[in-house]
Design a protein around this ligand. Sequence first.
Ligand SMILES: CC(C)(COP(=O)(O)OP(=O)(O)OC[C@H]1O[C@@H](n2cnc3c(N)ncnc32)[C@H](O)[C@@H]1OP(=O)(O)O)[C@@H](O)C(=O)NCCC(=O)NCCS
Length: 185
Amino acid sequence: MGPLFLLQCLLKEVKCMIRYAMRDDIPAMTKIYNDAIKYSNATYDINPQSEAQRGVWFDAHQENNPILVFEVDDKIVGYTGLSPFGSDDGYLYSVNLCIYVDWSNRGEGYGSDLMFAILDIARARQDVHTVVSEITSSNVASIALHERFGFEFRGLVREVGYKFGEFHDMCYYQLMVNGKILSQT
Ligand SMILES: CC(C)(COP(=O)(O)OP(=O)(O)OC[C@H]1O[C@@H](n2cnc3c(N)ncnc32)[C@H](O)[C@@H]1OP(=O)(O)O)[C@@H](O)C(=O)NCCC(=O)NCCS
């Protein structure tokens, strides 16, 4: 875990833990995601999702595609995950990253700690070559967070998202994490 993580736990005297998500975390993760749907263009989902829908998302993230949660005094304050970059076989060494922090806990370093932890996992794996994030161009917090962790801007797709009555540009940010690739079959 990052130094921020340890410092926060010490300073706030709270029980902090970043751990693999469990099915029991689905309600908390759904709430965090639904707030992002309702109040931001961080995601282009428009209608709130049910826990059952998020359960399907969760089940698609086993073993090779981990989800981590940040738990503070029994509250899930955020989560992050690695998803397949695409369904084509040739994308097997590439992953998409998602990261969401509860609106009431933003700006407290939790996003950075989650990012640190998920990239630690990505780097430790032999089969993750690159991590890609799709970020709305106006999402300054997410862009700053990604740049802080070495992600580089790889391009912008104009007006691909439509939400809250207007079009939004989407940026691609990328981090190369591992040069060692297993031989492809
Ligand atoms: C993006 C997000 C995960 C960041 O999490 P967080 O816990 O607030 O981030 P941190 O407190 O660790 O801050 C990390 C860095 O991000 C940047 N940042 C955070 N909030 C910011 C804001 N409102 N404006 C500009 N930069 C911001 C800063 O560079 C900050 O580093 P600093 O504190 O040293 O200056 C969080 O804002 C979030 O969940 N947003 C909604 C969902 C989302 O946009 N997810 C990403 C989809 S691509």
